[in-house]
Ligand binder design. Structure first.
Ligand code: TNX
Length: 580
């Protein structure tokens, strides 16, 4: 079985059958058991957190060991009278209350009462820049930056925006002992290491993608994934909402998309779809965490589910059978029929209306059966339909040959850094999100024995995901054209939330750091040390993860867990029940 088909930078891999890549999937119970076993070793009392241990690495951290802060039981959170800042303060209180058991009331900073020792302050200086165009001046915190001051008397987070305060809160969370992740009250000295952090992101776009089409994931799972992104200062969740195996978003004007097209998934399960209310819930949860949802309607290929629901859109007008396998590249909307463009306009219009963020992702990948000229014509019309909704086009880099549309962003997923067509589209004005398949495709296996995942783009353990530079990755693309990075998780082999987490953790942190931290902080040896401290946090929070042998996870006896990891991988022969 060829598991590594040749990929061309222009078209991506050839159509291929990926069904047999993962011969047997572990059950969620197996993954959870494996993670728990590994966790046993990680539950050593973690060393005190140091100011520089944060992931992603801050731009500047200046420790002051004489200034450690201890959270008192009667602490009050003081915040400026701004509704968005207030929401961040409430979020901080919700994060800290379960483990501390402290009441942590939130009060208005302008109240006459003397303030408590946790303060969130909007600096009042408007130093924003266009988020898509780079950093503000040297001293400005900008759209997402923050400053954290920890003294013996107080912890103060200052930012120009609520988003900046929110990121500062995530830093504070990481500076507290790992027990802060406990869902129930624990006895602990809640010490925050003293000093100052001044921090802001390298890139405006830092994301992950969840494919809810190959396997459907209920709203609750998506909300939890958003929480995971927010922890590590990722600010975009790309939802791959449609594919051959399922259509996952209700569209009023074409109701059978969801009811018929949504009723299938890989492996023959029941599938599912999000109602408008479900989708709004996802968007709201994300917005509260300063995460922007990027909906993708994959066109003109990857549309078998839509064609099952509406055969009038199919070339030849014949309904194809529902598809539950994992091949790609066989389906497409009839580009010669005007009805197709009415369909595209209706769908994009409804999805845009439900989406507060600026982006609409058109897909565009692997339309292997559509001739190049026809494809280009289709994409140009679809791009114009996106513009008519007021949104900005995002699409896989196969969109490159089509004419430029104002602001358009291409998502590059190739596996070698030479792609003249994409570089040319950049010269014509496109910006790029980098998702190199051989670095940040989170559906790739970690190692040959990984229980789930693909390997067509290679094996990706943590170092491989971390050790590259988005700013110089693609030949002929200037650093300024890079809007950011995104790690896609395709779900042909991923069926449960535990499996999603197993593929995200710990690689998601590598991507978060590439997206946020200045290049000057890039250092594998230091990163793996900082990463190690997060294992106990995930164990406490009940997050399933891959205990990578590349990371020196802490252990009780002071030795590194890594030496014992191989025995802790899920045992494929010890199945309870196969997932399929
Ligand atoms: C390629 S990446 C695809 C997806 C698959 C993925 C599996 C891209 C734009 N298309 O349809 O799910 O490979 O790794």
């Amino acid at each position: 079985m060829p598991t590594t088909p040749a990929a061309s930078p222009e078209t991506g891999p050839e159509p291929r059958d990926r069904v047999d890549v993962a011969p047997r999937q572990p059950t969620a119970a197996e993954l959870a058991r494996a993670a728990t076993q590994a966790a046993g070793d990680l539950l050593a009392p973690p060393a005190p957190v140091r100011l520089a241990d944060v992931v992603p690495a801050p731009e500047r951290a200046t420790p002051d060991p004489a200034a450690d802060f201890t959270l008192p039981e009667d602490a009050v959170i003081r915040v400026d009278a701004d509704p968005d800042a207030r929401a961040v303060a409430e979020h901080l209180a919700e994060l800290l209350r379960p483990a501390t058991g402290y009441p942590l009331p939130v009060t208005d900073a302008t109240d006459a009462e003397p303030g408590g020792p946790l303060a969130l302050t909007l600096s009042g200086t408007e130093t924003r820049t266009d988020p898509a165009r780079g950093l503000p001046g040297d001293d400005a915190l900008g759209d997402e930056g923050y400053r954290l001051d920890v003294t013996r008397a107080e912890v103060r987070i200052t930012a120009d925006t609520a988003a900046g305060l929110f990121h500062g809160v995530q830093t504070l969370r990481q500076l507290l002992p790992a027990a802060v992740e406990s869902a129930t009250a624990v006895t602990e000295r809640w010490v925050v290491p003293g000093g100052t952090i001044v921090d802001r992101p390298r890139y405006a776009y830092r994301g992950a993608m969840l494919d809810v089409a190959r396997h459907f994931f209920p709203v609750e799972d998506v909300l939890r994934v958003i929480d995971h992104l927010a922890r590590y200062k990722l600010n975009h969740l790309h939802l791959h909402l449609t594919d051959d195996q399922g259509w996952r978003i209700a569209v009023d004007s074409w109701p059978r998309l969801a009811t018929v097209g949504g009723a299938t998934e890989v492996g023959g399960g029941p599938g599912g779809h999000y109602t408008a209310a479900d989708y709004r819930r996802i968007v709201r949860h994300a917005a509260r965490r300063h995460v922007t949802v990027v909906p993708e309607i994959d066109l003109p290929g990857h549309t078998n589910a839509a064609l099952v629901a509406y055969p009038e859109l199919a070339p030849g007008k014949i309904a194809p059978p529902p598809y539950t396998g994992t091949e790609v590249g066989f389906s497409y909307l009839d580009p010669a029929d005007e009805r197709t463009y009415e369909f595209v306009a209706d769908v994009l219009g409804e999805v845009a209306a439900l989406t507060p963020g600026p982006w609409l992702h058109l897909g565009g990948d692997e339309a292997f059966k559509v001739p190049a000229d026809t494809y280009r014509g289709f994409v140009e019309r679809a791009q114009a339909l996106v513009a008519a909704t007021g949104k900005t086009v995002v699409g896989w880099h196969q969109l490159a040959p089509a004419g430029h549309a104002d602001g358009r962003v291409l998502q590059w997923w190739g596996t070698n850094g030479e792609d003249p067509e994409t570089a040319d589209a950049v010269r014509r004005g496109a910006r790029l999100i980098l998702s190199p398949g051989n670095r940040v495709y989170l559906d790739m296996k970690y190692a040959p024995e990984s229980p789930i995942g693909h390997d067509w783009a290679g094996l990706i353990d943590v170092r491989r995901a971390y050790d590259w530079d988005p700013g110089t990755h693609l030949t002929g693309v200037p650093a300024e054209a890079v809007l950011g990075v995104e790690a896609p998780l395709w779900t042909e082999t991923v069926t449960t939330l535990a499996e999603v987490e197993f593929m995200l953790f710990p690689r998601l942190l590598a991507v978060a750091e590439l997206g946020w931290s200045p290049r000057s902080t890039h250092d594998w040896a230091a990163f793996r040390e900082r990463l190690a401290g997060h294992g106990p946090r995930w164990v406490t929070a009940g997050i399933t993860f891959h205990p990578s042998p590349e990371v020196p996870w802490p252990t009780g006896d002071g030795t590194h867990a890594a030496t014992r990891i191989p025995a802790q991988r899920p045992d494929p022969d010890a199945a309870d029940t196969p997932a399929h």
